[in-house]
Design a protein around this ligand. Sequence first.
Ligand SMILES: CC(C)(COP(=O)(O)OP(=O)(O)OC[C@H]1O[C@@H](n2cnc3c(N)ncnc32)[C@H](O)[C@@H]1OP(=O)(O)O)[C@@H](O)C(=O)NCCC(=O)NCCS
Length: 173
Amino acid sequence: MLKPDMSAETLQILPEDPARDAEAIEALFDATFGPGHFAKTAERLREYSRSLPAINRVARLGDEVIAVCRVWPIRVGETRALFYGPVAVAPDHRGSRLGLTVTGEALEAGAAAGWPVAILIGAPSYFGEIGFEVAARDSISFPGPQDQARVMWRGLSSDAVPAGAVQAAPDLA
Ligand SMILES: CC(C)(COP(=O)(O)OP(=O)(O)OC[C@H]1O[C@@H](n2cnc3c(N)ncnc32)[C@H](O)[C@@H]1OP(=O)(O)O)[C@@H](O)C(=O)NCCC(=O)NCCS
């Protein structure tokens, strides 16, 4: 359900338009995660790669970007996969699971584009609501220290269970 203050303007969930949205997304990440941004291990998958604007989703309220889910091409072992995150909701707009709405739409876009599987690092109680499950311990290994209890996966266009070492895969973009 949308919060009442969202009703005056239309909430839109859209693919990222880099020319229009990139600056607002960076500002949202700064406001959400603070300077220095993200956990190191996940960031290693992103630093030499590019996210996929057609699969990323932003929530816009009027001219404002109030939530985002970015998505990155990776390999898990030999299997191509999508890495979801960061997911962020502007502090004033939390409380209506908007993070799950943008992530859910980005999952649909990933499945429609034929990607077999989605991976993320996050809170199981939160992302479990949209079908993610915790991976079997040490079945998916990241390039850096990682709390295995937060490594989650979900099938997209396939039910194959991902396993192996995770690597950035900018060549798949
Ligand atoms: C996580 C985040 C996206 C959730 O925003 P939201 O979609 O508006 O979610 P809501 O505020 O509606 O919370 C939904 C539920 O998830 C819980 N929740 C929220 N953030 C959580 C977190 N980081 N870990 C575990 N549970 C969380 C809430 O307590 C709430 O539970 P309840 O329904 O039992 O009260 C938002 O808090 C945020 O941007 N946080 C900072 C960035 C971040 O941690 N991103 C996730 C990892 S990439």
